[in-house]
Design a protein around this ligand. Structure first.
Ligand code: CMC
Length: 436
């Protein structure tokens, strides 16, 4: 089988058949060969486990150049957004496509502010979850429950219902996450206060203790906002692809996003930030040197992976990791926190970056490597790290879901397979199967 380019067409030869396939031009990055007619014209399917080479859609939202370490939302470099924007502004940018005017942004912030409140009926759901439940399990359940609480916002084809679902999700997610934490701590649930910013409300509802004032320096809020911006979208990653796939069946936004939460919880995806801290603590608690740990990682039989390292797309430094690394040093200093896990992380990174195993495989720190250290300095336990990732990723999930719903080329997601099981055989009654 050989493929050769012919202007904007590609000619594919399969045995004695020849097929002309259209290409789709990218504005940046790889162009796409449209292989949809492959099966009807040749009887063959494309096989690509893990989608290493398969684009499931065209998208205008996020661009990554994995070799150059570039990430842009709607054309804006992540470094500029992290330094100068806010999370809600970035959410609008991702969802609507452009930076908002001041009036649009203030209107949006006011709408979000109004919806942060959760009704008492909704607040009840946290009390039925065991306190030891992993926060991601409760988060997924709570987001699914939103579909039951807000039936007027479910129709994926009604733009005003989708706008309402968008506002409800963005507004209630910080409240939900703070309640999950408070419930685990055995503390009463607090209400959002109008007039406080999104991040201030979230942090106060999470951490304020009964009878005490909640007072943290601005650097705390700014760092949290920056971390959310860094996580806000990452094109067709595992959770976003799940959200799109679920939504392609015309499933409402809430239940599609709940699927994204499930995908994100895995340790190879969003769950990695929690695993990094566990790994660093393991190294510290067992008195293992970073070199010894690295030997275990390289000896794959030991089952250890260097969590927070490696990425399917980035084959050089993850630009988000570079920002988080600087932020970690600055935040810990400003909060007056001394954390030996940060020193261990720096050492592990140094050892890995000078090791041939990692160089040959082009494995560099990803966004999860240093985030946990900042969250820990802020007072979040490890189990809350992935919910924080989910809060950050929410605008991306919403933007991608909305793009998918409005895509005229969109169809229900339904991959093919290459069947490698047994051929047809006759049913054998139970008594005739013999004992083994
Ligand atoms: N530690 C040790 N070896 C690794 C690592 C790692 N973290 N990542 C990849 N490798 C090796 C892997 O064993 C394989 O080696 P070989 O060619 O000898 O078999 C090679 O590098 C390629 O790895 P892969 O697993 O085929 O790569 P992938 O693109 O399928 O997986 C990944 C990407 C992110 C799942 C993987 O790098 C990984 O497991 N990293 C650790 C978990 C992690 O930090 N995940 C967060 C990713 S960024 C944020 C997010 O998506 O949520």
């Amino acid at each position: 089988m050989a493929a050769a380019e012919n202007a904007s067409k590609v000619r594919l030869k399969v045995g004695d058949k020849s097929l002309e396939l259209a290409t789709t031009r990218a504005t940046a990055g790889a162009d796409g060969i449209v292989i949809s007619p492959l099966m009807s014209r040749t009887g063959l399917v494309a096989l690509d486990p893990g989608y290493l080479n398969t684009a499931a859609c065209t998208s205008e939202i996020t661009f990554i150049d994995g070799d150059a370490g570039v990430l842009r939302y709607r054309g804006y470099p992540i470094e500029q957004l992290a330094e100068r924007s806010t999370f809600l502004e970035v959410a609008l940018l991702l969802i609507r496509g452009d930076l908002p005017s001041r009036a649009e942004l203030e209107g949006f912030e006011a709408r979000i502010d109004k919806h942060m409140y959760l009704s008492d009926d909704f607040r009840q759901i946290f009390s039925v979850m065991p306190r030891r439940a992993h926060p991601m399990a409760t988060l997924g359940a709570a987001i699914n429950m939103m579909a039951g609480f807000y039936p007027e916002s479910l129709d994926p084809l009604d733009p005003s219902a989708v706008r309402l679902a968008t506002a409800l999700m963005l507004a209630k997610m910080p409240t939900i996450i703070s309640y999950i934490y408070r419930r685990a701590q055995g503390n009463a649930l607090l209400y959002p206060q109008q007039g406080q910013s999104y991040i201030q409300n979230f942090a106060r509802m999470t951490f304020q203790l009964p009878g005490e004032r909640f007072d943290v320096p601005d650097v705390f809020y700014r760092a949290l906002d920056t971390l959310l911006i860094l996580h806000a979208d990452h094109e067709q990653n595992c959770s976003t692809s799940s959200v799109r796939m679920i939504g392609s069946a015309r499933t409402n936004l809430f239940m599609s996003v709940a699927g994204g939460v499930a995908a994100l919880s895995g340790p190879l995806h969003g769950g990695a930030n929690e695993s990094v801290l566990e790994m660093l603590s393991h190294i510290r608690d067992n008195g293992i040197s970073p070199k010894e740990f690295m030997a275990k990682v390289k000896n794959k039989s030991a089952g250890a992976r260097l969590m927070g390292f490696g990425h399917r797309v980035y084959k050089s430094y993850d630009p988000r990791a570079a920002i988080v690394k600087k932020l970690a040093d600055a935040v810990l200093e400003a909060l007056g926190v001394r954390d030996e896990l940060l020193d261990i992380a720096h050492e592990v990174e140094q050892v890995a970056l000078s090791d041939d195993y990692f160089a040959e495989r082009r494995l560099y720190p990803n966004v999860d490597f240093y985030t946990g250290i900042i969250y820990r300095a802020m007072g979040f336990p490890g189990s809350m790290f992935t919910p924080l990732f989910a809060l950050g990723r929410l605008p991306g999930w919403i933007a991608q879901w909305r793009e998918m719903i409005n895509d005229p080329a969109g169809r229900i997601g339904r991959p093919r397979q290459v069947y490698v099981g047994l051929g047809e055989r006759d049913y054998v009654p139970l008594g005739e199967r013999g004992d083994d």
